[in-house]
Design a protein around this ligand. Sequence first.
Ligand SMILES: Nc1nc2c(ncn2[C@@H]2O[C@H](COP(=O)(O)OP(=O)(O)O)[C@@H](O)[C@H]2O)c(=O)[nH]1
Ligand SMILES: [Mg+2]
Length: 187
Amino acid sequence: MKLACCSSNSVMGSNEMCLLLGATGVGKTLLLKRLQKITSHGSSNLEETPPTLPTVGTNLTDLKLKRKRLTVRELGGCMGPIWPSYFTDCSSVIFMVDSSNITQISSSCIQLLSVLSAEPLRAASVLILFNKRDVPCTMSLIEMKSLFRMDDIIASATQPITTLELSARSGQGLQEVLSWLDSTTTK
Ligand SMILES: Nc1nc2c(ncn2[C@@H]2O[C@H](COP(=O)(O)OP(=O)(O)O)[C@@H](O)[C@H]2O)c(=O)[nH]1
Ligand SMILES: [Mg+2]
């Protein structure tokens, strides 16, 4: 297990902060590794899937985007009860869902609703990622959004919400995630 790991070049406090939330095993750490590789090496060669360890504590990654620098803070799924202590001073939130794990949908939905109703996040930009699109027989985006009642969630949320399909393994959707991160504005 990886304990409270921070990337070595993290410059906490000086960058805009994005929180990366979601249940254990949805693919948060792999997403960060992919984004860091693309932004630091300009490489889109994603043939190999780097190994990930369960994140315990928080994992900070700095990204150099086209328009700005950004720090992404992954919070391990098992830290759910203390996620709110990280809600201040963040301008955007990525909430990740494993599209191949139907048993996680209701708990993910409850976690998402509690994130969206948190006062410090009422003006944050929110990206909901349906990951693991490469796994055979996953539900379609339309089916996932329907199970989450996403239209109702978006209509009642105070935040601007974007939804995207992703495969952190194959790379599908990674460029869209980078574009979204680059386009969010600071509170
Ligand atoms: N098939 C597939 N596996 C993935 C994908 N994203 C992550 N994984 C795998 O899911 C497992 C958990 O990933 P990890 O990034 O550690 O999840 P985290 O707990 O949310 O940080 C690892 O074995 C990853 O390789 C994906 O898009 N497709
Ligand atoms: Mg992790």
